[in-house]
Write a protein that binds this ligand. Structure first.
Ligand code: MG
Length: 307
C-alpha cells in the first residue's frame, strides 16, 4: 500500500485527506480546454465545459462515458448548482449568466450592469440564501478563441457581481480586482475567496493570488478589507472549491493545490496538464473532479464538499 505519487504533502495536515489505496483516475481526454465542472447529483453526472470547442460535456459516473451535453453552448465556462438543483452557467458568447430551468429551457439571469453588456461571465457560486455571485473578466471577449472578440462596454472593468434572490437585481460587490476568476465561499459563508488572474493583462503588477473578502453581516456584500489568502507558486489559480473543513482545493499549472483555512499550502496533487477548475462529486461528494486542459481526472479524498 503506497500513496499515489501524484500526491505531495507539504504539511502533515494533508495526510488526513489522502486515502492510501486511492489513485488518480484519468477519465477522459479529447477537449481543447476543460473548465467549469458542476456535479448534478440527481443524474450522477458531471457537466463540464470545453470552451474553445463551444460544447458542454457530460461525464456519467455509472457508465464512465463522456458525451456531448450541449453544442453549440454559447462558449459556457463556469457552472454551479443552485439550491433547487438547477444548473447555472456562465456564458462567454452569451455574455450572460443563465440557468437551465426545470422545464429544460435557458433562462437568462444577468446580462448587463447599469445598461451595459457584461464582459463574459467566467465562474459562479450559489449562496445558501439563493443569491448567485459571479465574476466577469474579459477573457471571453479578448479573442475569438473562447467567445466573440468584442469591445468591453464596461471599459474593461472586471467586477464580481451578486444576483439578488428576491428581485433578480444585480449589484457589483467587488470592484478592486484586475481579472477576477474563480470564487467560492468558506463553509460558514463568512469569507468569499476570489482568484485574480489579472497577470494575463498587467503582468507582475497583479500577482496570481486568491483574495479573501469578509462577507458583511447581512450576507449581501463584502467588506473592503480583503487580504491575500494564497499566492500561486506555479502558474495561476483559476477555479477552486472549499471542502467541509474549510480547505481550498484550487487549480494551478502543475495540478491541484490544497490550502488550509489559515492559508498554508498543505499539499499538491500533481497532474500532467494545466488544471483550470475542480468540483466535488460522487454521492458522498468525496471525489474531486479535475478539469485539466484536454482531460478530465478524478480522485477520491478523505474529505467532502463544503455544501
Ligand atoms: Mg475560470
Amino acid at each position: 500500500m503506497a500513496l499515489d505519487p501524484a500526491f505531495e504533502a507539504l504539511d502533515r495536515r494533508f495526510y488526513r485527506y489522502l486515502i492510501h489505496n486511492s489513485h488518480i483516475d484519468h477519465l477522459w481526454q479529447g477537449a481543447r480546454w476543460t473548465e467549469g465542472p458542476v456535479y448534478v447529483p440527481a443524474a450522477r453526472q458531471l457537466l463540464f465545459s470545453d470552451i474553445p470547442n463551444d460544447r458542454t460535456l457530460r461525464y456519467d459516473e455509472l457508465t464512465g462515458d463522456t458525451t456531448v451535453f450541449e453544442q453549440p453552448a454559447l462558449n459556457q465556462n463556469g457552472h454551479c448548482l443552485d439550491r433547487q438543483g438547477r444548473v447555472v452557467s456562465c456564458e462567454h458568447r452569451g455574455r450572460a449568466v443563465s440557468r437551465i430551468g426545470h422545464h429544460g429551457l435557458r433562462e437568462v439571469l444577468a446580462d448587463s450592469f447599469e445598461g451595459k453588456r457584461l464582459n463574459s461571465p467566467n465562474d459562479a457560486v450559489c449562496k445558501s440564501d439563493g443569491s448567485i455571485w459571479f465574476t466577469d473578466p474579459t477573457y471571453g471577449i479578448d479573442s475569438d478563441y473562447e467567445g466573440d472578440k468584442s469591445e468591453s462596454e464596461l471599459g474593461g472593468q472586471s467586477n464580481v457581481y451578486r444576483i439578488d434572490p428576491d428581485d433578480g437585481s444585480i449589484a457589483a460587490v467587488i470592484t478592486d480586482m484586475v481579472r477576477p476568476n474563480g470564487l467560492a465561499f468558506s463553509p460558514d459563508e463568512s469569507v468569499l475567496y476570489v482568484a485574480d488572474t489579472g497577470m494575463s493583462h498587467v503582468g507582475r503588477a497583479c500577482p496570481p493570488v486568491i483574495r479573501a473578502y469578509p462577507v458583511t453581516s447581512d450576507g449581501a456584500s463584502v467588506g473592503p478589507e480583503s487580504t491575500v489568502f494564497a499566492t500561486c507558486d506555479n502558474g495561476a489559480f483559476d477555479g477552486f472549491r472549499a471542502d467541509a473543513d474549510g480547505n481550498i482545493w484550487t487549480s494551478a499549472a502543475d495540478g491541484v493545490h490544497c490550502f488550509a483555512a489559515d492559508g498554508t499550502l498543505i499539499g499538491k496533487i500533481h497532474l500532467p496538464e494545466v488544471v483550470a477548475n475542480v468540483e466535488f462529486g460522487g454521492l458522498k461528494r468525496n471525489r474531486l473532479y479535475m478539469c485539466a486542459t484536454t482531460s478530465l481526472f478524478a480522485v477520491y479524498l478523505n474529505t467532502r464538499a463544503a455544501v
